[in-house]
Design a protein around this ligand. Structure first.
Ligand SMILES: NC(=O)c1ccc[n+]([C@@H]2O[C@H](COP(=O)([O-])OP(=O)(O)OC[C@H]3O[C@@H](n4cnc5c(N)ncnc54)[C@H](OP(=O)(O)O)[C@@H]3O)[C@@H](O)[C@H]2O)c1
Ligand SMILES: [Zn+2]
Ligand SMILES: [Zn+2]
Length: 359
């Protein structure tokens, strides 16, 4: 792998967590100079994904501190390298989870860089030049253009930011199961948070019957009235679960914490699929009986490829889908993280990076 820009000379203000308390504080660091294949982006907004919380608190045990989280990044291009194709200064762009991949393996060659073995993330990753990557809770990003997408004009930048991770993470499984723009199936969405609420929007836009399975009774009215869900099942209510047995074709599980799979599998029709995108720190128990009696499948996936991310954004523009957001200033990040930990966000916090005077 080659790295065309070794110089880390660009001073950037951001926000980092320094230990497993997860508390974020202002942090100044260096990024590489804009290389020939790089674009420099003035970051306008960055969503707060639950993954950021997992990393800030080292819940997965892999955090390299200090960590500057943030992989739902939107902004405007301020500099373009000489070998960059398809982007120019002033373009409205987004960057998600990916910073680098090998570009040569079968996954990279078929637009599934997200499954490359050498994949490096936009934060807590190791870039081609050996440097640790820092994410979007910061004012400037330097990104290889092959991991950058265009934000369609129709989409508001702040509400589009969460699409870069939450959006693609739920779009990709729907696409793989022929559920994009082909309605008529019964799908379930477990966990009505950042990922879950966008999944509901996709499901409804594509003409499916959507059931939300949630641990929060307070979310029922909003799920139905605001997001258009058809049904709501309270996951702690055995009667509601029993009544919906064998009713769903496909379930997308976005839950961030340990939870039982048995009742979810029982909700699936014979040959139905439970697709996990949530990433609890502890292993989930996989019971054999609902699998063998229902010929059901359990699988998982991580985000989507770059081409698919652009496709997802274009579909969002077509159906006018963005995230429901709570816009915050950088000094509210820690409070937002606390609320996110308590499933108390409607439905994505987005940091107004440009609102800070901390330039
Ligand atoms: N696979 C990928 O590529 C990918 C990409 C992005 C994120 N993720 C992971 O996906 C998960 C969700 O991310 P997010 O940003 O959508 O998080 P989020 O906004 O916090 O939503 C997660 C939802 O899960 C439910 N939940 C939380 N704790 C629960 C518990 N103990 N039992 C049952 N339900 C619980 C809550 O919904 P209710 O209140 O409705 O129950 C909560 O709103 C995280 O683990 C994140 O790391 C994976
Ligand atoms: Zn994410
Ligand atoms: Zn590769």
């Amino acid at each position: 792998m080659s790295q065309s820009t070794a110089n880390h000379t660009v001073t950037v203000s951001g926000w980092a967590a320094h230990d497993s308390s997860g508390k974020l504080t202002p942090y100044t660091f260096k990024r590489r100079e804009n290389g020939v294949k790089d674009v420099t982006i003035k970051i306008l907004y960055c969503g707060i994904c639950h993954t950021d919380l997992h990393y800030a608190k080292n819940e997965w045990g892999i955090t390299m501190y200090p960590v500057v989280p943030g992989h739902e990044i939107v902004g405007v291009i301020t500099k373009v390298g000489s070998d960059v194709k398809g982007f120019k200064e002033g373009d409205r762009v987004g960057v998600g989870c990916l910073a680098a991949s090998c570009l040569e393996c079968q996954h990279c060659k078929t637009h599934q860089e997200n499954y490359c073995e050498s994949l490096q993330f936009v934060y807590n990753g190791i870039f081609w030049d050996g440097s640790i990557t820092y994410g979007g809770y910061s004012q400037i990003l330097v990104a290889d253009y092959r991991y950058v997408v265009h934000i369609p004009e129709r989409l508001a930048m702040d509400a589009a930011a969460p699409l870069l991770c939450a959006g693609i993470t739920v779009f990709s499984p729907l696409k793989e199961h022929d559920l994009v723009e082909s309605g008529g199936k019964k799908i379930g969405v477990v966990g009505l948070g950042g990922l879950g609420h966008i999944a509901v929007k996709f499901g409804k836009a594509f003409g499916h019957h959507v059931t939300v399975i949630s641990s929060s009774p307070s979310k029922e009215a909003e799920a139905k009235e605001r997001l258009g869900a058809d049904d709501f099942i309270l996951s702690s209510d055995p009667q509601q679960l029993q009544a919906a047995k064998r009713s769903l074709d496909f379930i997308l599980d976005t839950v961030s914490a340990e939870h039982p799979l048995f009742p979810l599998l029982e909700l699936l029709k014979v040959k139905g699929t439970l697709f996990l995108v949530g990433a609890p720190d502890k292993p989930l128990q996989l019971p054999a009986f609902p699998l063998i009696f229902g010929k059901r499948s359990v699988k998982g996936g991580i985000i989507g490829g770059i081409k698919e991310t652009q496709e997802m954004l274009n579909v969002c523009a077509k159906y006018n889908i963005t995230s429901d957001i709570e816009l915050i200033t950088p000094n509210q990040i820690n409070h937002a993280m606390d609320r996110l930990a308590n499933s108390d966000v409607r439905y994505r916090f987005v940091i107004d990076i440009a609102s800070t005077s901390n330039n």
